[in-house]
Each structure stands twice: as structure tokens, then as C-alpha cells.
Design a protein around this ligand. Structure first.
Ligand SMILES: [Zn+2]
Length: 283
């Protein structure tokens, strides 16, 4: 992928390396095969535990338990305990059980063979904003380093193993954030750190009125499903628009989005255009 070779990624933080002793139950020393294909977002499930505390615990219990993740992130540091980012030979960690199948369906591989696991530390003693910023950055950086699309390459542990796991939802909720927000913020962080400009849309001014035909999201500032949801509207709501773009995010083959008076967008496929209806009635 040539477009990645000349790109640079903003080095906002340092990744500290504190590799566990190998071979051990926690760190096998086996390389990821076929390489890094996706990222699993975790939280520690242990409020108040820090990155260094978790890695010290891993090291102490390295021959007892075969659960592990590559990186721990708190407000103070990003700590790598299984080779992932600071090496050319990322190794396996044991962070998603093998007998779930969602990872295979989504990414064609078991997470333990092809994914980097990143743990979010949270709790009253941890500054959530600082920890969250570092968490976004390191996940975006993994995407950059391994040429992964940040929009589709990150998945939460809860999504892969819903019967047993709630991370990273629990940790994020503790920090007043949602999983959907995390996924969007990772893309923003990636764009910011790679210097990729936000997409520019061609606006066509043309005032009119539409009515929601289905439940529909009003998106903040951008005609895209990656933009924040300001409000989810039920069917039957009348909306005024100032015009539209025809080059927004494509949904069901339709890239036309209406812009409201506040600069927010709703997808044209989810509304009936009242002006058009009037015109049709006249014919
Ligand atoms: Zn997990």
C-alpha cells in the first residue's frame, strides 16, 4: 500500500516497553500469524487498577494464567507487555477465547492469532480524559502501523464474546463515553494524526421540507454515519432543510443528505420530500 509509506503519524505519546518474561503462560513468544489484521478494545474490568499495576501482576502470575493483552493504557502511560507496536515481530496474546466465532466471521481469523488487544484502565484514581486520549491514539497508531482501516478494524471484546464480556463498555461508561463514540473518535484521531483532511462536500442550496418516513438519525455537522448522532427522530417528524449534498456517505446506494438550518444532516433515504410530493400532485 504505497499511500502509507510516505505518511507520518503524529507521535503524541511514548509507548513504554515492559515485556513479560517469555516463554510463559501469558507470553508464549509465538508470532501473530498471518500478522496484525484487527484490534480488540478491552478494559481491565478492575476499576482503579493502573497500567503498571496490571503488568506487574501479569509478570508475577506469568506461569499461572494464560490470559493476556498486548497494551495497557491509563492516564499516565501506554505500556506494552507483549511485543506489538515497538517491534517488527508482534506476538500472540491470549485475550479472546478461541471458541467464539464472531472474530472469524468479521475478520476471518481468531483474535488471538491476528489481533492486538488493548486494555483501557479506568477508575476514580485515573483521569478518564487523559486515559481516553491515549487509548484513542494508540489504537489509531496500530491502524497506521499495520495499514488497517480505522473505520472497520476495531472491535470491542463484548461484541466478540457477548455472553461473558462487557468490556470495553463498562470502562467507557465509567468515563461517560459510549462504544459508538469510541469507534468514531478513533477514526478522528487517525485522521488528525495522519493529516488526512476531512472530506469536503458539495452543497446545493435549495430550501424545502421533508417528513421522516422511518426512525432517522440527525447527524452533527457531517453527512456521514460516522458523525455524532444529535437526535434519533421517530417517523412522522417534519424537518426543514436549507439544501443538500449528493456526495455524502452512501447508504443503500443513495448518497444524498439534507442539511438543516443548524448545519446538521439527515439522510434523504429516510424521509419523504414534501415539496416534491406537492409537485407530483399538481401533475
Ligand atoms: Zn476483554
Amino acid at each position: 500500500m504505497d499511500n502509507y509509506t510516505n505518511m507520518h503519524f503524529k507521535q503524541k505519546y511514548i509507548i513504554s516497553q515492559q515485556w513479560l518474561t517469555a516463554p510463559s503462560k501469558r507470553r508464549s513468544g509465538i508470532a501473530l500469524s498471518p500478522g496484525v489484521k484487527f484490534i480488540v478494545a478491552h478494559d481491565t474490568g478492575n476499576p482503579g487498577s493502573t497500567a503498571s499495576g496490571n503488568v506487574r501482576y501479569y509478570e508475577r502470575s506469568r506461569d499461572e494464567i494464560s490470559a493476556s493483552a498486548h497494551l495497557f493504557v491509563d492516564d499516565k502511560q501506554i505500556l506494552e507487555c507483549i511485543p506489538a507496536l515497538t517491534t517488527d515481530r508482534p506476538e500472540k496474546a491470549w485475550h479472546v477465547i478461541y471458541n467464539v466465532v464472531t472474530d472469524n466471521h468479521l475478520f476471518n481469523y481468531n483474535a488471538n492469532d491476528a489481533a492486538i488487544g488493548v486494555e483501557y484502565c479506568y477508575g476514580d484514581n485515573i483521569n478518564a480524559d487523559e486515559a481516553y486520549k491515549k487509548y484513542l491514539w494508540v489504537i489509531a497508531y496500530i491502524c497506521y502501523k499495520f495499514s488497517l482501516d480505522p473505520a472497520v478494524s476495531v472491535v470491542g471484546h463484548h461484541f466478540l464474546d457477548p455472553k461473558r464480556k462487557t468490556d470495553p463498555l463498562t470502562g467507557l461508561a465509567y468515563s461517560r463515553r459510549s462504544y459508538e463514540q469510541l469507534l468514531r473518535d478513533i477514526v478522528r484521531e487517525y485522521n488528525d494524526c495522519t493529516g488526512i483532511a476531512a472530506k469536503e462536500y458539495t452543497f446545493q442550496p435549495n430550501e424545502g421540507t421533508a417528513i421522516t418516513a422511518v426512525q432517522l438519525n440527525l447527524r452533527k455537522g457531517e453527512p456521514s454515519t460516522k458523525a455524532d448522532v444529535l437526535q434519533t427522530l421517530p417517523a412522522g417528524i417534519v424537518l426543514n432543510y436549507t439544501g443538500w449534498v449528493s456526495d455524502g456517505a452512501v447508504i443503500n446506494g443513495n448518497a444524498k443528505w439534507y442539511k438543516d438550518i443548524n448545519g446538521n444532516y439527515f439522510w434523504s433515504g429516510g424521509v419523504r420530500d414534501l415539496e416534491k410530493k406537492k409537485q407530483n400532485e399538481l401533475v
